[in-house]
Design a protein around this ligand. Structure first.
Ligand code: DLZ
Length: 156
C-alpha cells in the first residue's frame, strides 16, 4: 500500500498562509501523546506563515468531545479546524465506539459546515504505535494535520 508522509512537507509547495485563521481542538486524554500532536500542529502552522494571533486553541477532556468543540470553533470565523486526539485500544469495545463516533462526527461537520475539519486523531492498537506517530519514527500526525488544514483552507 502506498502512503504519503506530510511530515516532510515543502513550504514552497503550499502557498501563502499569512491571511489564514486556524482553530486547533485537542483532546487531553493520553496527553503525553496529544501534547506532541498539538506542538507539531502549532509549530507547523507558524512555519507555514500563519500568524500566532490567528491560531485559536481549545482543549477538551477526551476525543469524544472533539466534535462538539469543533462545531463551536466553527463560529469563530476560522478557515480550517484541526481535531487532535489519541485513542488506544483497551480490553473492551469502548475504543470502537469512540473511534466510530469521532470519525463520523468529524465527517458530518465537513458535510454540514463550510469549514474543513481535519481528522488528526490517532486510533492505535498500542501505545508504541501512538508514540511512533506523534514525533517518533513515523512522523507526527499533528504536523500532517496542519499541512492538510492549510491546503484545505487555501482550496476554500
Ligand atoms: C473513556 C475513554 C477511554 C476508555 N479511552 C479514551 C482514549 O483512549 N482516548 C480518548 O481520547 N478518550 C478516551 N476516553 C474518553 C472519551 O473520549 C470521553 O472523554 C468520555 O467518554 C466522556 O465523554
Amino acid at each position: 500500500m502506498s502512503s504519503q508522509n506530510l511530515s516532510n512537507f515543502n513550504k514552497n509547495d503550499i502557498g501563502d498562509c499569512s491571511h489564514l485563521k486556524v482553530g486547533i481542538v485537542c483532546s487531553k486524554w493520553n496527553s503525553d501523546i496529544t501534547d506532541n500532536l498539538y506542538d507539531g500542529a502549532y509549530s507547523t502552522l507558524i512555519k507555514l506563515g500563519v500568524n500566532k494571533e490567528n491560531i485559536i486553541s481549545y482543549k477538551v477532556p477526551g476525543s469524544f468531545e472533539l466534535v462538539y468543540a469543533a462545531n463551536k470553533m466553527s463560529r469563530k470565523d476560522v478557515d480550517a479546524i484541526i481535531c487532535l486526539g489519541c485513542v488506544i485500544r483497551g480490553e473492551t469495545s469502548h475504543f470502537d465506539y469512540i473511534c466510530n463516533s469521532v470519525s463520523n462526527g468529524i465527517m458530518n461537520l465537513n458535510i454540514e459546515l463550510d469549514v474543513p475539519v481535519i481528522f488528526g486523531v490517532l486510533t492505535d492498537n498500542t501505545k508504541q504505535q501512538s508514540i511512533d506517530r506523534s514525533g517518533g519514527k513515523l512522523g507526527n500526525k499533528g504536523v500532517e494535520a496542519a499541512v492538510t488544514a492549510v491546503q484545505m483552507a487555501l482550496l476554500k
